[in-house]
Design a protein around this ligand. Sequence first.
Ligand code: 4AD
Ligand code: MG
Length: 463
Amino acid sequence: MKRTRIVEILASKEVGTRFTVMGWVRTRRDSKGGFSFIEVNDGSCMTGLQIVADGKLHNYLSEVMKLQTGCSIEVVGTLVASVGKGQEVEIQAEEIKVVGWADPDVYPLQKKRHSFEFLRTIAHLRPRTNTFSAVARVRSSVSHAIHTFFQERGFIYVHTPIITGSDCEGAGEMFKVTAFDLDQVPKEEGRSDFTRDFFGHPASLTVSGQLEAEIYALAMGDVYTFGPTFRAEDSNTSRHLAEFWMVEPEMAFCDLEGDVELAVNFLKYIFAYVLENCTQDLEFFNRFIDDSALKTLENLVSQDFKHITYTEGIEVLSKAKKKFEFPVSWGVNLQSEHERYLCEKVFKKPIVVVNYPKGIKPFYMKVDKDEKTVRAMDILVPKIGEIIGGSQREDDYDTLLARIKEANLEPDDYWWYLELRKFGSVPHAGFGLGFERLIQFITGLSNIRDVIPFPRTPGNVSF
Ligand code: 4AD
Ligand code: MG
């Protein structure tokens, strides 16, 4: 079946050319003059294409007049200038074939606004709406931009494993992977005997590709990963998913400053890219979701980010008049309310926060000379809070071993990670960008469940 996408037809504006269009009916309006207007959308762009169906079509009464929202059709016709309002061109149909019917009495998507909560329950149909098809296109474009950014700079794309035997973040929030029959798990002294499991060792879904990315950085210089990551944290918030995508560059011969520089350039590149390439979708989000979304993106491309240390951040927050749910003092983790207050109320721009207390950060971050803080950096943006988390890595063998033990992790599980500090260790650094948080920021959508096709959250694994 040969078809031309609506996005290409609208871009060509080749009036007089015959096209075959295939897509889903959004609306049908019948004119008193004995013909109908059918708006068809094929997901290739925000706008649909208006089809004019003449009453003389052989199946006009038998089929065309019965078309409803959700039916799929194949139209052959000629592109003509439109005399009506709302579109420059339309298709004068010569033939309309119904490919699939959709019974209007039971089709859940109607030509009205549905709540996002409702649409989550019909994730198999929500990409047919303007919002969710726009999200899908933006995700696709941003993925392309991410690869382009790194590939143009000579970074090697490394495919890190999804199943892992080590906990990168050391937070223990991992989904177990096992081939055991869970009703009959072999036991040894009362505990599960993983030596008899598939891998002969406890295994989990990865929370980050960083540790493996470091292996490749320490052989090839500049690398990145971009893949799914999993966290079994029971956070039912608008910014947490149990399955999300992360972009993680890792650079050898690089310190924290070089890491921050890459992260800022990277974000600016992505924002400039979407402004240039996703114009129609961004205008839609700006109009219907968040009327400051476009302005915020434009500002970010031109503005400098604010750079502060964690200690400076705590000082500002301690003096704030606002009453926080989580009290602030040196040593506590910044909560989303603190991050957003700093970005939205104090500095009114994205912030790079560096040198967090070592007690609240993972074992792999390089300890500062004061031995109190680590060479960590988080990038915070308005409305979201943390969007990037990164650091310079500990490259000293003894310090790293001590940190692994302090974190109650098993040094044997990290033998290879430790060996990288024994053989040709170099300063190196990297970061992780939460892909869905980035898409939330770009689109202005307030709930992270609406920027991923099939959200996985506590209690939720449908579709
Ligand atoms: O700050 P995080 O935990 O950092 C790491 O995992 C490092 N290993 C990255 C690195 O240095 N290579 O996570 C990185 C980012 C966060 O800033 C956030 O944007 C996102 O991942 N993120 C989540 N996004 C959605 N749902 C969750 N549950 C998330 N947890 C983290
Ligand atoms: Mg973090």
